[in-house]
Ligand binder design. Sequence first.
Ligand code: ZN
Length: 330
Amino acid sequence: MTANPIRPTIPLDRDGVHHGFLRLPHSRNDSAWGAVMIPITVVQNGNGPTALLTGGNHGDEYEGPVALQQLAATLTADRITGRVIIVPFFNAPAVQAGTRVSPIDQVNLNRAFPGDPAGTATSKIADYFNRVLVPMADVVLDFHSGGKTLDFLPFAAIHILPDARQQAASEAAMMAFNAPYSMRMLEIDGAAMYDTAVEAQGKVFVTTELGGGGTATTQTIGIARKGARNLLIHAGILNGRPDIAPSVMLDMPDSDCFVISNDAGLFEPLVDLGDTVTKDQPVARIWSVDRSGQPPVTYTANRAGLVTARHFPGVIQMGDCMTVVAVVLT
Ligand code: ZN
């Protein structure tokens, strides 16, 4: 298979703290032999497990990038056993543009796996992680939030996996991350996701949805910081004691969790994040943005549960995910 063109500017397997870049050649109008430079920090101390931590898979989600920038700037080798690979801006061009997908090729990194070493810039990033960095890791954490168009209750998440031992190990890592909510998450479209590629390699994988709306709060950044630290302690890499508080277990058993809009218009939520709803309870109304005097269209919950995600912008399009109702496990 074609070699991936990305080259790290630092060693990935040497003791100490190394800050550098993953250099992705990118020939373009303003730089004929230019490159996309993806920041990377590797902290290593002897033999031990490896954690791979990523933020900015989507460029408009900020808890992961902030928490990982702080970790990269402060983590010292004497506090760990093993290795921590920190990539705060997984899809760096998207982060720099503040957009979900890459401005270079309009590709969503989290729908680009397993990637292609001869593909577009985003496909090359995916291929490099899939074939080079993920195989080095024992535990993988990929930070997400809702971005500009969704908002979430803060949760860490895993998926239901065919391998029971891998699932149990991932669930233990999710509980160690210890977000206020912990979710067994159902994906609408999981085939080309980073999550799926990492899980297919048998790795312990934790993802998050920590907030959204294209920003971050002190609360959600705090959850990200604490979660990364707790997870590194749980993995046997970072010295210290985890900081554990109660976490509500949530499940998304099937597609009834999603309320999808069949209309376009002005979005009026009738419930907020964290509200408990009953089956058939109205969750939102869509009003016309074209004319006055029209009745709204009312949408209802397909199941009882906890409002876990919502559409964020004030205007909604046909096909948008409006509300997510998850089931609270007791
Ligand atoms: Zn995301």
